[in-house]
Design a protein around this ligand. Structure first.
Ligand SMILES: C[S@@+](CC[C@H](N)C(=O)[O-])C[C@H]1O[C@@H](n2cnc3c(N)ncnc32)[C@H](O)[C@@H]1O
Length: 301
């Protein structure tokens, strides 16, 4: 090849096919240590061309015009140089087969968090019942809206400390035509729902330890710190969340909280100490303990 598509001044007067661009970028991303170089290259090129990723496979031999190459070159620089996550470059991420807009104000929903949606649905078996659901720390709205989508009769409350995140979540609710069944409230922990009880409380709170921040992938620097870190030891939000959940659960209600695998034991202990029963760890598809589940007994006090 006569020059990389992202070299300063290089390769400007030659033609590039879709396949050539993909191959060059895959090698470039691999050399920069990105985890999924081919997938990232495909997603970014499809975005620059205004296509769906799978459409690229039918267009391998198509030539890519100069304007689209310039746009693609910019994306390559942001991905490999600044380590911007692909989701932020595309401005969207699929979660539970729903499309969520993502911005620097929200955590990009992670596939492993779908474990919580599955676990929640398994505990809300009655199709007719108007379950009450709280998603504490909703971010983009991923958990709240996936549940609202699956349980159209449910009354869902989504809270977040961040007003900017709630704006994104509200926009996602509207775009997904789910706004009617979901209430959004700003505030910390259970403060926005004082005096209320729910059939299900689900939460993916910030649980990374600030003390380990320097060992984390550089991509995380583009996500909001308040969405990632739970204080120095990672437990600053988890601890009060488990301690306060019982008074916000209806009799027989369920608590499901995402944790780091090495926090699952502590989470179960806190759940039991707060008076909840049936405490257990839920594994994700890779076999890691990804969430803690616990249940309030049927007693009314
Ligand atoms: C790990 S993100 C999860 C976002 C979303 N639920 C998901 O699973 O993709 C944690 C969210 O909790 C919010 N948050 C942080 N501290 C909080 C607090 N004390 N009370 C309520 N929300 C909080 C953050 O703003 C962020 O949106």
């Amino acid at each position: 090849m006569s020059g990389p598509p992202n070299a300063q001044g290089g390769g400007t007067d030659r033609t590039w096919t879709v396949l050539e661009l993909l191959q060059w970028t895959t090698d470039h991303f691999a050399a920069k240590g990105l985890e999924s170089p081919r997938l990232d290259a495909e997603l970014l090129l499809a975005h620059a061309l205004g296509l769906r990723r799978l459409d690229l496979y039918l267009r391998y031999e198509d030539l890519v015009g100069a304007a689209e190459r310039a746009r693609y070159r910019e994306l390559i620089g942001q991905r490999a140089g600044e380590r911007m996550p692909v989701s932020l470059l595309l401005g969207e991420k699929e979660f539970w087969s729903l499309r969520f807009r993502v911005t620097p104000d929200v955590l990009t929903p992670r596939p492993e968090s779908e474990t919580l949606v599955e676990a929640a649905l398994a505990r809300l078996p009655d199709a007719e019942r108007e379950y009450t659901i709280l998603d504490l720390g909703t971010g983009s709205g991923a958990l709240a809206l996936a549940l609202a989508h699956e349980k159209p009769r449910a009354r869902v409350t989504a809270t977040d400390l961040s007003g900017a995140a709630l704006e994104v979540a509200r926009g996602n609710a509207e775009a997904l035509d789910l706004a009617q069944g979901v209430r959004f409230i700003e505030g910390s922990l259970f403060e926005p729902v004082a005096g209320e009880q729910f059939d299900l409380i689900v939460s993916n709170p910030p649980y990374l330890a600030q003390s380990r921040a320097s060992a984390l992938p550089p991509e995380l620097a583009h996500e909001p710190a308040e969405a990632l870190f739970g204080g120095e030891d990672g437990l600053a939000i988890l601890r009060p969340l488990f301690a306060q959940a019982r008074e916000h659960l209806a009799p027989g209600g369920w608590l499901i909280v995402e944790v780091d695998p090495d926090q699952a034991k502590a989470g179960m202990d806190w759940a039991v100490a707060s008076g909840l029963g049936e405490a257990a760890a839920i594994k994700d598809l890779s076999g890691q303990s990804r969430a803690v589940v616990a249940r309030r007994g049927m007693e009314r006090a």
